[in-house]
Design a binder for this molecule. Structure first.
Ligand SMILES: [Zn+2]
Length: 145
């Protein structure tokens, strides 16, 4: 009789363990899906450095850094319809043609050794350049119309 009672107590505990295992597995899977990876090298994308390239067939490619987007763009620029970059100070997305690019000693995305920084504000871009031995460079994403 005693053993019987123990079993009845053990059963709900086993159910709870099984349920929480399933829940944590689902959490991991959902988390994996919500983190986007770079179309060029498969690295996780930090949204503050993200570059998006809309392609002419309607698709959208996402990159972890200017470095990766530029590498793709060099080979495929005729396919690109528009390029959106991220101001690394505010996280604001803006068209690459409106952004100011600074190459400096600071590495933003370690996986790619990316040293090209994106600013919306020209004053901030010049300050970054002054502080980190940088220089303003041309927009690497000039679209062929
Ligand atoms: Zn990348």
């Amino acid at each position: 009789m005693k053993a019987h009672i123990m079993n009845r107590k053990a059963a709900p505990a086993a159910v709870i363990i099984a349920v929480s295992a399933v829940v944590s597995l689902l959490t991991i899977i959902l988390h994996k899906q919500s983190v986007s990876v770079c179309s060029y090298d498969g690295e996780d994308i930090m949204s503050i450095y993200e570059v998006n390239i809309k392609i002419k067939n309607g698709g959208m490619l996402r990159f972890c850094s200017v470095y990766c987007a530029e590498a793709w763009f060099r080979e495929n620029s005729p396919e690109a319809a528009s390029v959106t970059v991220t101001d690394e100070l505010t996280g604001e997305k803006l068209d690459a043609s409106l952004a100011i690019f600074v190459e400096s000693d600071v590495v933003s995305v370690a996986a790619t050794n990316n040293r090209i920084h994106v600013f919306k504000d020209e004053y901030q871009a010049r300050e970054h350049a002054k502080q980190y031995n940088g220089r303003i460079v041309d927009n690497p994403f000039s679209l062929s119309k």
